[in-house]
Design a protein around this ligand. Sequence first.
Ligand code: ADP
Ligand code: MG
Length: 330
Amino acid sequence: MSLDRPGEFETIAKLFRPLAAGDPAARNLADDAAVIPVKPGHDLVVTKDALVSGVHFLPDDGFDMVARKALRVNLSDLAAKGAEPFGYFLAVHWTPNCDWEKREAFARGLAEDQKLFGVHLLGGDTVMTNGPFSVCITALGWVPHGKSPSRAGARPGDAIVVSGSIGDGWLGLQAAKGTLGVLEFARLEALQKHYRLPEPRLDLARAVRDHAAASVDISDGLVADLGHIADSSGVGIELHLDRIPLSGAAKAWLGQRADDLSARLDLATGGDDYEIACAVRTENMAPFIKFAARLGLPATVIGRVTAGKGVRVLFEGMEVPVPQAGWTHD
Ligand code: ADP
Ligand code: MG
């Protein structure tokens, strides 16, 4: 049961019900639960991520952006598991200062991304708290039966491939906080956008399920998330710091750093990338890379799977120590 404050049912009826209109499974948000017909020959992929004000977004970030980020980080998990999303559940924990205008902005952000990614709101819960404001989304997608790669499928000899570029999310957070230092305005803008509005790699999902032996989405930091593949698969991973793909903005930032190695380590451990890292068998490399190239999305080989355990980070051919692999919650 939720807290029955004034505004709860109005919020659901006026702001959330329109977001459910495209999928009859939502039962118009007027029932106790959604009822989803099972798609024959498929597995249901389900993921949940919570975003807390002051932890996952800045307290004065726009509510439309917060809503979109909450949806996108979940869609990123579905993409990493090779799934096609169709819907999501939303728990929103408003605080007393979440007025109608903010709630409207929140729903507007969701509407925009629903259109972009082809998903609908299926249900949820709406409650009040004294804070902090937080949002929790559960996203659902279909993948052909048995085709979703886990983190456990990597074998020695596989290549480690990553989509897009690494480090912009972390740089974007520094830029948003105003602590990044001097960089062209357009670059600062692009980095902040990457932090606030990550791009889930749903277009790559098909290649992931067809060609990847193991996969993970990069949220905590490249080194930490590759560590999850290494641990789950019982293998080692050799990561070449100098092969990690960087955006123009990240390169410009790197060019200004006195300590090149430690700056590269910051990018490889910072997190908020929402790219996909995969272990790919040698024979699947060509089709994987070709698929990504057709999308115009960079797919870069940044290392390889070895015997042993853990992630070894190499720079200019030498192993380097990593002070902290990525972000963790206590
Ligand atoms: P119950 O008390 O049976 O859990 P609620 O009164 O909490 O039901 O919710 C009524 C309907 O509104 C349900 O269909 C629920 O899924 C939907 N709903 C409530 N909050 C949200 C939300 N934040 N997003 C989407 N649907 C919501
Ligand atoms: Mg409820």
